[in-house]
Every structure is written in structure tokens, then in C-alpha cells.
Design a protein around this ligand. Sequence first.
Ligand SMILES: [Zn+2]
Length: 84
Amino acid sequence: PNMVQESHVLRCFSRQAFQVQQVKKSMKWTCKVCGEKQSLMQEFGRGTAANCRRHVQKLNTLLFQNHESEVKHRCPVRSNSHAN
Ligand SMILES: [Zn+2]
């Protein structure tokens, strides 16, 4: 069967940065940036790793540039679209 590993977009409580993590059954995850282990509180998007990476780049750019007009425009990441 074609089991594609699903990824999702999470946000570190410490650095506030968004990042892509593989979806696991565990409700714990470890930040790639600072190594903090934390609980899965909120998911900001879900889909293929490629889609999530694009979404993270966008979110982090907005985060650091503080363009609030674009932050309001939420774009959900879904695995069944934009497969390229
Ligand atoms: Zn972190």
C-alpha cells in the first residue's frame, strides 16, 4: 500500500518558531531548533512534508517580519491538493 508519512506544522513554545514534524501517535515532540521536549498543543497545518515546509517558511517569514495582514490570512495545508 502507498503509505505516505504525514507531516504537520508545530510551533515551539520556547523559540516561537514554526517547524515541520512527522505525525506520530505520541503527544510529545522535540523541537529541532532548541531540543525542548514538549506536548503537542496545537497543529498549524497538516499534509505532505513538502506542503508543510512551504507553510512553515511562510509562517516563519510572517512571524519575523510581523506582517499581520498576511497572518490573518490562514491557508490550511491539505495532503490531497497541490501534490505537484
Ligand atoms: Zn524550540
